[in-house]
Design a protein around this ligand. Sequence first.
Ligand code: FES
Length: 691
Amino acid sequence: MGKCSCHPEIESSYICMKHNVYLCEECLKCRDPELFCKFRSSCPVWFMDKKMKGLDEEKTAEEQICKVFFEPDNKEAEIAKGASLLDAAQKADVHINASCNGKGSCGKCKLVLISGNVRKEDTALLSDNEKEKSYVLACQTFVQGDVRVKIPDETIEKKLKVAGMGKEVTDRLKGLVSDIQPMLKEISLELEPPTLDDPVSDLDRLHRGLKKTGCDVTRMNVGLKVMRELARAMRDENWKVNVSVIRKKCSNEILSVVPGNVRLPSLGLAIDVGTTSVVVYLVDMEDGSVISAASGHNRQAACGDDVINRIICAEKNGVAKLSKMALATINNLISETLSAADADFKQIKNVVISGNTTMAHLLLKIEPDYIRREPYIPTVSEFPILKAGEIGIKANPYAAVFIMPGPAGYVGGDIVSGLIYAGFHREEALTLFIDVGTNGEIVLGSKDWLMTASCSAGPAFEGGGVRWGMRAEDGAIEKVSIDPETFHPRISVVGDAKPRGICGSGMIDLISEMLVKGIIDPNGKFRPDMSHPRMKKDHDEIAYILAFADETAMEEDIVFTETDIHSLILSKGAVYAGFTVLLNQAGLDFSMLEKVIITGGFGQFLDIEKAITIGLLPDIDRHKFSYLGNSSAAGAYMALLSDEYRREAGKISNSMTYIDFSGSSRFMDEFTSALFLPHTNIENFPSVKIR
Ligand code: FES
């Protein structure tokens, strides 16, 4: 609860997650954008308001069922009259890009209406050309009868450039763990058959055999299923058996006893479940080599780009739906790795999963609701070892699953995993560890102490809230330089395809170049004296044309507007303010940092110099920066093979001091100061020279 930012006399539990301000019920009904939140179209609170309105509409809608047919997937959904095309797509399991989860603010959920009666909300996110071609936004179009739609090329997800992939990367992991200690140990036994002189029970005989191998049987649990199958298993291959034992914190458990001493090679999985993408490594548990790897989009992205939207979607549609989406992604990728290795899923006996707190909750069907409500408490921070079968992971049903623990609702197991790989918590050097996505997670410290925080970076770095923004998929402009004389851009595009949009690294390049070349001023506004064939009016705004229509995949100009620049400034301001406040809490400043480690997918194409120019990263010695790749997946790999690293994960999670920025006036002050290029206080950026 907190005081409403408009009506301080009213206490409210509604909080705008983007701007960290409380809003009362009165404000939720308010339609005047000047009054409380000029960014309301991208604000989850607005969504809640809209949801209430939607419920009223639902009540009055006729109970009529309509059919929606999707081309080219050839899938169909039956849905109530008045429901949106996005609802229909989610019901039909048709994946379309829906970054804002139906708030109508991202403009990514484009469909082409082929036939049928619909009601459309007017939107400025479609060009006149697109409207002429019957484009609609799925979330803003409501079915009134049977409808046929086509998913256009730009709405279909393309191959994502995911960090942590490639043989060179995975080969480097081998050797990080010298003493392999899987959670699930397989022991081959050749037991003495019973006699009249040795009439102990089968289970006691098994315990006796295990004890001889050095196994501690004093705290050994055995399930009923194992006991039921034990007599046959021991006699089928003449008292030769393979026993699977899982090592837990305070006890061990026999998970299976199978006849014979022949064992297929044991495999393990290190899985990084990101909000945007998922990475799976299939690992040989004997020598630690990564046999095959696969990556792909997290299917939950159909419910929004960030964790807040995913939680809202789980509240609306049930957590099981989100779990199913994540499992479908993970299991498809596991199948891919298994077929590349010509292996069987039953060989997978050990699994480590690393993901942020919301991803872990959703995967395990644990309600994540309270993560987004003050005081932002997760249901579970440290998970017991689970079995693959109970989660639904495609592995041997009794495979042991370790979920990386996380210290807070907005700093999760992916960050703990990243630290295991980065290792700076074992060193003297003062280090800043950064993982930027829709949420900016930061860890500061050394071997003596660790502080952590997260700041809502917003969706801009992932392409959300930006007219032509997209993730680093094929067709994304990832690098930009601008000729200082002609002001024409030189671009490089992911996958060498025709450009379809611009991703986070491309946007940082572009803003930095426009600032340095004098196209925009430090407020992020186009200079009024700027006139050039690259400048045009787009929806009543001045815009810079990055690629002309005849060069692009959609035959539309790809432009960057002042609103887009502002979205980026908000995101970079939140991240930089996060660094500043965290250092300040520790009584430190940027000059004291010895290392800055950047991790995650966003960092892979980041130009450090340009990120400093726009004020995203601090203006310190460039040699202090390093990029670590997908540290979450690498840390999961290390924990998969080592008992020591699994224990270390718990210690890291428990030792971090979490700093909450919500409601922090210091954070808001720093954030406001950072809404300038590079910063209100230019003395913080002495090396940045702008025209
Ligand atoms: S505009 Fe439809 S999902 Fe964002």
